[in-house]
Design a protein. Structure first.
Length: 296
């Protein structure tokens, strides 16, 4: 059950992370933002939420810690006298501030704590429609924590249809002793991004050097018999000690060039050119012979 929750959370997080890459050319006048912020305990962080001024709308802020349901934080109505209010555990908490101005409603968290690690959503409702305007994932690192995670992915490239390729994901982790899981996501731009493969709780592909306080892990994703549906950007992500880190992505482009057909067409062109030269030579020779015969 815990593993399925993590997969569901990661998939939801990835969909939100890729939301800015989807088609937003609808009747909505809102721009969707998605970001990842890493801060330390005691820092201040501001989460941005922009909207089109002049609409009769309400904005809602939600917080979703990893593996938990979203928590309702605050609401904003630009036409109310008291245009914003916090709820439940966020009410009367001086660490949470909403700054409202024309076209923006930003949430600021001061003196951040580990418990502030979560994904924050800014949701707008107007004209009987609801839309996620902003998604920000906040990762809070303890001041005494040595936990780090770097994700390096193989370079993008073009592959012939029917070919094969192996995508690499190199992960360097800090001194966290917990197990980590690695997930692969795909974003094709035509459908919602989704989870395509999980390495699960496996550390057998990791190497730790005694003189270096880091792990180096290599994960591979083999792709074979590629076709049009395999084109897109592939992302690997690591879930480690309550933190999630995404790679920059590897774009896979399929080149629809049939090398055999190209060679045949090239040969046909050369043959046609030679044949044209030969025919022109024969025509000239016949005409010269005809003229020479008439003179005699």
């Amino acid at each position: 059950m815990a593993a399925s929750r993590i997969v569901f959370y990661l998939t939801s997080l990835f969909v939100c992370k890729m939301a800015q890459m989807t088609d937003l050319k609808s009747s909505s006048s809102f721009q969707q933002w998605s970001s990842f912020v890493s801060v330390k305990v005691g820092d201040k962080v501001s989460l941005f939420c922009f909207y089109e001024a002049g609409f009769s709308l309400r904005l809602y802020w939600f917080k979703q810690p990893m593996g938990h349901k979203p928590q309702f934080m605050a609401t904003f109505n630009q036409y109310d006298d008291v245009n914003h209010a916090f709820y439940d555990e966020f009410r009367n908490n001086p660490r949470y501030l909403l700054k409202s101005d024309s076209g923006k409603n930003h949430l600021t968290i001061t003196d951040v704590d580990i418990s502030d690690s979560a994904t924050y959503y800014c949701l707008s409702t107007y004209s009987y429609r609801a839309k996620i305007v902003n998604v920000t994932t906040v990762s809070v690192k303890g001041s005494d924590s040595n936990l780090t995670a770097l994700v390096h992915q193989s370079a993008s490239g073009s592959i012939q249809p029917g070919g094969s390729v192996t995508l690499n994901c190199i992960i360097q982790t800090g001194t966290c002793d917990g197990q980590h899981s690695v997930y692969w996501f795909k974003n094709s731009g035509e459908a919602l991004p989704g989870l395509i493969y999980s390495h699960g709780d496996r550390n057998d592909q990791c190497e730790r050097k005694p003189d270096i306080r880091t792990h180096t892990c290599v994960y591979n994703l083999p792709l074979q018999s590629l076709n049009a549906s395999d084109a897109g950007t592939y992302y690997c992500a690591i879930a480690l000690c309550g933190h999630i880190v995404f790679g920059n992505g590897t774009e896979l482009d399929l080149k629809y060039q049939d090398s055999h057909l190209v060679n045949v067409l090239r040969s046909a062109l050369i043959f046609t050119s030679l044949l044209s030269v030969l025919l022109a030579f024969l025509v000239c020779k016949v005409m010269n012979n005809h003229l020479w015969g008439n003179k005699h």
